[in-house]
Design a binder for this molecule. Structure first.
Ligand code: APR
Length: 232
């Protein structure tokens, strides 16, 4: 069975990684336009790096949770891909191999001059790292508001939305494009849509199954449903 899973910050909540829009979330204490835009970085690269270093600190103390591990297990049982909006790398640490990162990865940085990319946690003292190749200023290799997403990741995500027989949405408020339209695209190509989220989201209106629960227990229920579905 061809399964595609779109994940958002909610799947990492049980790992202790704050979401963006929940109470106490990342956008409560900070303004996206001050930290996650090219203009903010141009104005004050050190301030933006301090915020990303703090997020790396939080994530470095986090372990993949049961929901991440379940998706890695489901990848062994079904023809399954994960499309994630998350930049924390927890899907890969849990063992998922087929992962599309729509918004980049917080552990990678890229040179604003020559474009070189590299991973280097120790750069995190809030001092913007310099490119080892050309000495240019480095930025986090994540997608900021107002920026284009990585073209190959977008292409692959829409291809997967058209390929899926079952499209599962886990832990996303469904407010940020283009990720938010993927479940609608999948539905349009005839996929069944399952939503796992503690609160209703815009995707519930097209859901064949809405599991109003947190990611770990909700995905366990979905895994059971898929295992007991007849052959497609
Ligand atoms: N299990 C599952 N879902 C949860 C849990 C949990 N334990 N806790 C919270 N949630 C849900 C919330 O109900 C909410 O619907 O996770 C969702 C998190 O929504 P957001 O904080 O908006 O995060 P996300 O949808 O991933 O944001 C999308 O916005 O700020 C940008 O680039 C950023 O990738 C991010 C994008």
């Amino acid at each position: 069975m061809r399964v595609v899973v779109l994940t958002g910050a909610g799947i990492s909540a049980e790992s202790g990684v704050p979401t963006f829009r929940d109470k106490g979330g990342l956008w409560e204490g900070a303004k996206p336009e001050e930290l996650a835009t090219p203009e903010a970085f141009r104005q004050d690269p050190a301030k933006v790096w301090r915020w990303y270093c703090w997020r790396r600190e939080v994530i470095s103390g986090a372990e993949p949770n049961e929901a991440h591990r379940l998706l890695a297990e489901m990848e062994r049982e079904f023809d399954l891909w994960v499309i994630t909006q998350n930049v924390d790398g927890l899907h890969q640490r849990a063992g998922s191999r087929k992962v599309v990162e729509l918004h980049g990865n917080i552990w990678r940085q890229r040179c604003t001059s020559c474009g070189r990319k590299w991973e280097d946690e120790k750069a995190c003292m809030g001092i913007p790292p310099k490119c080892p190749s050309c000495g240019g200023l480095a930025r986090p290799d994540v997608v900021w508001f107002g920026e284009a997403l990585p073209g190959e990741a977008v292409r692959k995500s829409f291809e997967l939305a058209g390929w899926a027989e079952v499209f599962i949405v886990v832990g996303t408020s469904g407010l940020v494009q283009p990720a938010a339209q993927l479940p609608f695209v999948a539905r349009g190509f005839g996929a069944e849509v399952y939503v796992v989220n503690p609160q209703p989201t815009p995707h519930v209106q097209i859901a064949d199954l809405f599991v109003q629960d947190k990611a770990s227990s909700g995905l366990r229920r979905v895994f059971y449903e898929l295992q007991n579905k007849g052959p497609s």
